[in-house]
Ligand binder design. Structure first.
Ligand code: ADP
Length: 217
């Protein structure tokens, strides 16, 4: 169940639908719902701050819900607490600030996501150095997509001493050149992997370390 079909909720619902997940989309604005008819198989107009409306929709049958209401904080908090009261096992909620996130956790959200905040942080990393993609997997640990610095090119990874020099590990490589006519894809790296200029690599490590590595010439 995805509640609130704004930019975040509609993108989430459509992605789930495209991956074969059964989704019920809910929004209190009929115009928004109308736009999703035919794109999300089950989509309905309802005010999710009304417990009777939730009961009528059979919401308690769902084991997972995402509250994607952001701007209307009151509606977001009320909806989350009602879903918790109805015993939904896995509630995800979108927060627009830290305080909002804290309240959502207190009223029963099991997971809080802050897409604007996270994306802002991510773009900051993309802007610095050669980082082409950045995913923080913990507060101080990240996976980045980047290109190899000069002195790790042309030698097997086991000889590039990546851990002792930068504290990072190369986990996958996408060769720049197509091999045997096949489109290049990412494959796991081994100690024997030899990187070339222009290859794309996935590197994991502490945030400071992956950043230092990506800034190396
Ligand atoms: P975004 O930034 O992702 O577009 P918004 O907070 O602007 O997020 O949009 C959230 C959506 O939630 C809107 O389409 C709005 O109509 C819907 N919404 C707001 N309040 C309720 C409610 N009480 N019940 C159901 N849907 C709601």
């Amino acid at each position: 169940m995805v509640i609130g079909l704004g930019r975040f909720g509609s993108a989430l619902a459509l992605e789930l639908v495209s991956r074969g997940t059964e989704v019920l989309g809910i929004d209190n604005r009929p115009k928004v719902v109308q736009l999703m008819v035919g794109r999300i198989p089950h989509v309905i107009t309802a005010d999710t701050t009304d417990i009777e409306a939730l009961r009528q929709l059979g919401v308690a049958e769902f084991h997972r819900a995402v509250v994607a209401i952001g701007t209307d904080i009151q509606a977001s908090i009320l909806t989350t607490s009602l879903l918790s009261e109805l015993g939904i096992a896995d509630i995800w909620a979108k927060a627009i600030s830290d305080q909002h996130g804290n309240i959502l956790t207190r009223v029963g959200a099991h997971h809080v996501v802050a897409p604007e905040h996270d994306m802002g942080e991510r773009v900051a990393h993309l802007l610095s150095g050669r980082i082409l993609d950045y995913v923080e997997v913990d507060a101080d640990f990240a996976v980045i997509k980047t290109k190899p610095p000069r002195d790790v090119v042309g030698v097997p990874l086991r000889e590039s001493r990546l851990r002792s020099r930068w504290g990072v590990t190369v986990v996958a490589v996408k060769p720049q050149a197509a091999l045997a006519g096949r489109q290049p894809t990412f494959t796991y790296a081994t100690p024997d992997t030899v990187l070339s200029y222009g290859d794309l690599i996935l590197v994991v490590g502490a945030v400071d370390n992956v950043e230092r590595f990506a800034a190396a010439e």
